[in-house]
Design a protein around this ligand. Structure first.
Ligand SMILES: Nc1ncnc2c1ncn2[C@@H]1O[C@H](COP(=O)(O)OP(=O)(O)OP(=O)(O)O)[C@@H](O)[C@H]1O
Ligand SMILES: [Mg+2]
Length: 386
C-alpha cells in the first residue's frame, strides 16, 4: 500500500485536506500570525511542506525546522539564511540583493550563500534590518517555523527561564513591528504545545497575538476518501466500505498516523496468508499486531518523562493509568491523585497539557476524562500501566 509511517507525508502519499488547507490560507490572508494547535502526529509538518510546495498566488513560503536550535542568535541566523536562500531562488527579488549588501553587515552573496563581516553578529538585528529593507509589493512571505516550542524549551534548559522569555519577546517584537508584519507573517507549529511551555514560564503575553489554528483528526469522510484514493490506489485489495467503516470505528480517533499503522499491519497479514480480501478478523489482528511496535507509541510516554519532574510526572502517569484501566477517570479522582502527590496547585496545567497534547478529553461529559484513542489506550495499558 502507498503509505509512509513516521516521516512527513509528501508527494503522492500526502492526502490533501482541501477544506482545512483552504481555511489555513484564509487565516493567513487575513493577516494573522498563526500558532498551529494540534497534538503530536496529526500531520502538521506534512501540511506545512505541502503549503511550501504549493502556496497560494500571493505568497512565498519559507519552511524551517528549529528543533535543535538552543539559543536566540542561532535562531535568527537560521532565519536570515533561509530568507536569503528563498530570495535568491525567487526571481522577483534579485535587485534587492545587490542593494542589501551595501546596507547591512553582509560582505558577499554568492552561490554558497551569504557571508558577513568577520565579527560577532547580532542576527536578530540583521534579520530586522534585512526585512525592513526588503521591497516586496505583490506578495507576502509566510515563514513557517516547525518545532518552535522545542527551541523555547532548549533555551529554558540551557540558559534558563529568563533567556527563554527574552527570546519569546524578541520574536513577538518582530511580529508586531508594522514595518515587518506588512511583508512577513509567521506560522509556528510543533509536536509539543507552545501554550504549555509558555504558561510554565508565566509568559502567556508573549504569544497572545497569535491566532490559534486547530488541526483536527480526519473526519470519517476524509478518512474513507483517503484510504480509497491513496493507500489502496492501484492495489488489488478487496476492502468493502463496511469493513473500512469497521476499522475507523475501532480506531475512533482518526489520525492518519494511526490509520497508516493499521493499514501497514493489514498488508503484512494479507501477505502472509496470501489473501487480498480484508476481513474484520484481519482488521482485529492488525490492531493487535500494531501494539507490538514499541516505536510507534513510545514517544507519547517519553515525552511526559522529559517534560515533567518527580511528582508532576507521577501525576501524569497515574492519571493516564487510571484512564487506561477503566473506561474513564473522573475529575474527583484526578484531584485526589493531585492532593496525594502534593501538587494540588500545579496539576491543572498538567491536565490541560494532557488534553492539549491529545492524550485525553472530557468532551462527552465534563466530569469524565477518556483516552482519545483506544489504540493508544491499549498500548498504554500494556506497556506503562502494567
Ligand atoms: N495528509 C496526510 N496524508 C497521509 N498521511 C499522513 C498525512 N498527514 C499525516 N500523515 C501520517 O502521519 C504521520 C505523521 O505526519 P507528520 O509528521 O506530518 O505529523 P506531525 O503532526 O508533524 O507530527 P509531530 O507532532 O510528531 O511533529 C506521517 O508519517 C503519515 O503516516
Ligand atoms: Mg512535525
Amino acid at each position: 500500500m502507498n503509505i509512509i509511517i513516521g516521516q512527513a507525508a509528501t508527494g503522492d502519499k500526502f492526502y490533501i485536506r482541501k477544506k482545512l488547507i483552504e481555511k489555513l490560507w484564509k487565516t493567513v490572508e487575513s493577516g494573522n500570525n498563526i500558532l498551529v494547535a494540534a497534538p503530536r502526529r496529526l500531520g502538521k509538518t506534512s501540511i506545512m511542506l505541502y503549503c511550501q510546495e504549493s502556496p497560494i498566488k500571493n505568497y512565498e513560503v519559507i519552511y524551517i525546522i528549529t528543533e535543535s536550535v538552543n539559543n536566540q542568535n542561532e535562531f535568527y541566523r537560521k532565519l536570515v539564511k533561509e530568507l536569503f536562500d528563498k530570495l535568491k531562488a525567487s526571481k522577483r527579488i534579485t535587485n534587492f540583493l545587490q542593494k542589501l549588501s551595501f546596507s547591512t553587515k553582509i560582505i558577499s552573496i554568492g552561490p554558497e550563500g551569504i557571508s558577513f563581516e568577520n565579527k560577532e553578529i547580532d542576527y536578530y538585528e540583521e534579520f530586522r534590518n534585512i526585512v525592513e529593507l526588503l521591497e516586496i509589493q505583490e506578495y507576502n512571505l509566510l515563514l513557517m517555523v516547525d518545532e518552535f516550542a522545542q527551541t523555547v524549551e532548549n533555551i529554558m534548559q540551557d540558559e534558563g527561564n529568563s533567556s527563554a522569555i527574552k527570546f519569546l519577546e524578541s520574536v513577538r517584537e518582530i511580529r508586531i513591528n508594522p514595518k515587518i508584519s506588512k511583508k512577513i507573517q509567521f506560522l509556528f507549529a510543533g509536536s509539543i504545545g507552545l501554550e504549555n511551555i509558555v504558561s510554565q514560564l508565566n509568559a502567556v503575553s508573549t504569544i497572545n497575538d497569535l491566532y490559534s489554528f486547530k488541526v483536527t483528526p480526519f473526519t470519517k469522510t476524509e478518512a474513507v476518501d483517503y484510504i480509497n484514493t491513496i493507500p489502496l490506489k492501484n492495489e488489488e485489495y478487496i476492502f468493502l466500505s463496511d469493513d473500512i467503516d469497521y476499522l475507523l470505528t475501532r480506531l475512533e480517533w482518526n489520525i492518519p498516523y494511526f490509520i497508516n499503522i493499521i493499514l501497514d499491519e493489514i498488508e503484512k497479514i494479507c501477505d502472509e496468508i496470501d489473501n487480498k480480501k480484508i476481513s474484520k478478523e484481519i482488521i482485529d489482528k492488525a490492531f493487535e499486531e500494531s501494539l507490538k511496535n514499541k516505536m510507534y507509541f513510545e514517544h507519547w510516554h517519553t515525552r511526559l518523562r522529559k517534560s515533567y519532574k518527580k511528582n508532576a510526572y507521577n501525576f501524569s502517569k497515574k492519571i493516564l493509568n487510571l484512564a487506561a484501566e477503566d473506561p474513564f477517570v473522573t475529575k474527583a479522582e484526578i484531584s485526589d491523585v493531585a492532593v496525594g502527590l502534593e501538587i494540588s496547585e500545579a496539576y491543572k496545567d498538567i491536565l490541560n497539557a494532557l488534553e492539549y497534547d491529545g492524550y485525553i478529553n472530557n468532551q462527552e461529559d465534563k466530569d469524565k476524562y477518556v483516552f482519545n484513542s483506544p489504540l493508544l489506550k491499549a498500548w498504554w495499558f500494556n506497556n506503562v500501566t502494567n
